[in-house]
Design a protein around this ligand. Sequence first.
Ligand code: CP
Ligand code: NVA
Length: 326
Amino acid sequence: MAVNLLGRSFLTLLDFTPEEITYLLDLADDLKRLKRAGIKPRNLEGKSIALIFEKSSTRTRCSFVVAAVDEGAHPEYLGKGDIQLGKKETVKDTARVLGRIFDGIEFRGFEHSTVEDLAKYASVPVWNGLTDKFHPTQLLADLMTIREHFGKLKGISFAYAGDGRNNMANSIMVACAKMGMDCRIVAPESLQPEADLVKTCNKIAEETGGNITITSNVKEGVKGAQVLYTDVWASMGEEDKMQERINLLKDYQVNMEMVKATGVKDLIFLHCLPAFHNYDTELSAKVGPMEVTDEVFESDFSKVFDEAENRLHTIKAVMVATLGTK
Ligand code: CP
Ligand code: NVA
């Protein structure tokens, strides 16, 4: 049956079949080609899109804005301090108001239940631009980048080293399970994913031929990995945990020793960004490289900027597929 995602919200990849995910990736490839050729198909002509951001963003915000404008839509940025949400107005009321005014709503914030409630009450597609639990648009860009590099997803070995309980680790497990990949979450025991989600992902992986391994053993976890991935050690909202995380995760840094331990010659390094890889930002000046060394970040096998560009094409694909007019 032909895939049709019109009218659907995009909250987590758990809600999408492997065929639907592949459809979004194929569409993103097409949209990337068209953009490179200078063609703007304007699939969202006349639409208006609300972009709610409770947390900061560079890639996600810019991708939604540029994708909307490329396709002929009007994006409206609604920052934390700009709207009544959470202060004078409930999520349910805000959802019903914005749903009358806008054709689609992006939400980035803390509670995953907020994006779920927006989707429940807005009557228009709602897209998750990151919550504490999941970051599904990031995973589409990651899968797109892996496919560009290896030509496939099924069977690819993917090792994520770092905070195994955060939105990225959760989303990576789901995406790998859905696409039949060999996923390793390499994290100390106190930072390993919740058992319920691991169970769900294992069930999915049984059907797709994928595999999920959770381990605190770095050498075993990364052996044979074709994709090495990491994320910040303290996510947005957890800044006070920084020192505790440095202590817990210092042996999980992606460095050349870890790269060598994979034993894989043509591996790629990915990171959702922003990354602590040098001393060059206000924050990293105090702590230095954390989750990845500058050597790995700046290496030829680091594909982090292809990955960052692919945020634009995949976010555009999500909006076009769920809201497009053509
Ligand atoms: N990767 C990512 O979501 O980046 P931003 O926080 O800059 O949007
Ligand atoms: N885990 C990170 C991802 C940033 C894109 C965070 O939530 O801050």
